[in-house]
Design a protein around this ligand. Structure first.
Ligand code: FAD
Length: 409
């Protein structure tokens, strides 16, 4: 590289630490600034689909992913009150050949720890909340609530859906409540296995609601994501506590397996969110500042891609900085050209999946279920949630695309 780059990353969530790791791999200096006092056991399960697993492998986390992850057999669509199978997509046998990597279930805290492995101690400054970003010549400056500032060649806003960095460069706009409420809960099963919970990614679809269940922590716990439509607004955070009773009341009448699972939830591990999103942005970068992850493209979790997109962004941004020798005038447009169309499509299609999963009209449900059957009759490996295009993508090949884009231009 012609120039040693110093990068300041605001937010040390999944995207921030993935970027620090990707930059470290490329020999670029990175400093993380995190509002929280420490990393903790926050969050619940996340699906790390093959597109994300390819990046984790390239970042050197493959062995750790195999250690902490759970490999589901299949993705299974089920009807909400009679458990009838709506689709069945083999994953374990098919994903490596078809998409070039496995489909994993992990606990978010385990994934975060995996991405932090090998980062030098002291690389993260905790308890600092970014209040704004300014630009001074060829330097960007992040300002923090404790009065400190940090100058760098590039500041990256990896500070989530309510990004202060995005507000600083593009002006403050509110994210939109989508009308979806979401519960996340864990059921410990090591001591008391639940034979009725199959080792699959199970998508239960009902009127104006859906539930996804899958094993995490190597099979020691079942993760629940339960979504329904509700006009009530709830704070968007990882830690709004809820209760077993509230969860059971919201899904009254669902199949007995769901009810039994809910009755076994760990009372300390039930949280709720209001789900917010934004429209895709036209640009992410301005001068020496750019965005990544939820700060750039918050999305509904219905394709299970928010963390996966943040990890892909991180890899591509680091690759672009290295590829263009730290020249931001080339690297940031290349980063956006690679990432914005894809993340915009995921944002918009995730919204659409919410509609498909939640169909309430009986005739429309029959049409949807018939479409599932027809797709599987044509191709027994067809992904029930139509995500082949998501899983096929390989961020680790982005440098080839930078070259071909330069040739075309
Ligand atoms: P975050 O993880 O939100 O991290 C942002 C960080 O910035 C936080 O640590 C925060 O404390 C810090 N921060 C915020 N503001 C400031 C500030 N001003 N100064 C300093 N620090 C700041 N994704 C998947 O890939 N697969 C799934 O299966 C999946 N399931 C999901 C299920 C649900 C119900 C939900 C809600 C989300 C799900 N996601 C999933 C999405 C995923 O969790 C997020 O998209 C992902 O965590 C985004 O990562 P991020 O690093 O961009 O933001």
């Amino acid at each position: 590289m012609k120039k040693v780059m110093r990068v300041g990353i605001v937010g040390a969530g999944i995207g921030g630490v993935a970027l620090a790791k990707a930059l470290q791999q490329r020999g670029i200096e990175a400093h993380l600034f995190e509002r929280a006092a420490k990393f903790g056991e926050i969050g619940a399960g996340v699906q790390m689909t093959p597109n994300a697993a390819k990046v984790i492998e390239a970042l050197g986390g493959g062995a750790a992913l195999r250690r902490i992850g759970f490999l589901p057999q299949a993705m299974v669509g089920r009807n909400w009150n009679d458990a009838r199978e709506l689709f069945h997509t083999p994953l374990r046998e098919v994903c490596p050949q078809r998409f070039g990597a496995d489909f994993w279930h992990v606990h978010r805290a385990d994934l975060h720890a995996l991405l932090c492995e090998g980062l030098p101690p002291g690389q993260v400054r905790f308890n600092v909340s970014c209040t704004g970003v300014t630009q001074d010549g060829d330097q960007a400056v992040a300002h923090f609530s404790d009065g400190t500032r940090f100058e760098a060649d590039l500041i990256v806003g990896a500070d989530g859906i309510h990004s202060a960095v995005r507000d600083a460069i593009w002006g403050k706009t509110e994210s939109k409540f989508t009308g979806h409420m979401c519960w996340r809960a864990l059921v410990p099963v090591e001591q008391h296995p639940l034979p009725f919970v199959s080792p699959d990614a199970s998508f239960w679809m009902g009127p104006k609601a859906h539930i996804v269940t899958y094993y995490v922590k190597g099979g020691a716990a079942v993760n629940i994501v339960a979504v329904n439509e509700s006009p009530d607004w709830v704070a968007e955070s990882w830690t709004e506590p809820s209760t077993r009773e509230e969860l059971l009341a919201a899904f009254d009448g669902w199949h007995e397996n769901i009810i039994e699972l809910f009755q076994r939830t760990d009372r300390q591990q039930i949280f709720k969110w209001g789900l917010f999103d934004r429209d895709p942005m036209d640009r992410w970068s301005q001068g020496q500042v750019t965005l990544l992850g939820d700060a750039a493209h918050p999305m509904l979790p219905f394709l299970s891609q928010g963390a996966a997109m943040a990890i892909e962004d991180a890899y591509v941004l680091a690759a672009a900085l290295a590829h263009f020798d730290g020249d931001l005038a080339l690297a940031l447009p290349a980063y956006e050209a690679e990432r914005r169309p894809r993340t915009a499509r995921v944002q918009l299609e995730a919204r659409e999946r919410g509609r498909t999963y939640h169909i309430a009209n009986a005739q429309e449900q029959r049409e949807r279920d018939l479409a599932f059957q027809q797709a599987q009759a044509k191709d027994p490996n067809a992904v029930g949630i139509k995500a082949e295009w998501v899983y096929e993508y390989d961020a680790t090949r982005c440098e080839q695309r930078f070259d071909s884009a330069a040739v075309t231009a």
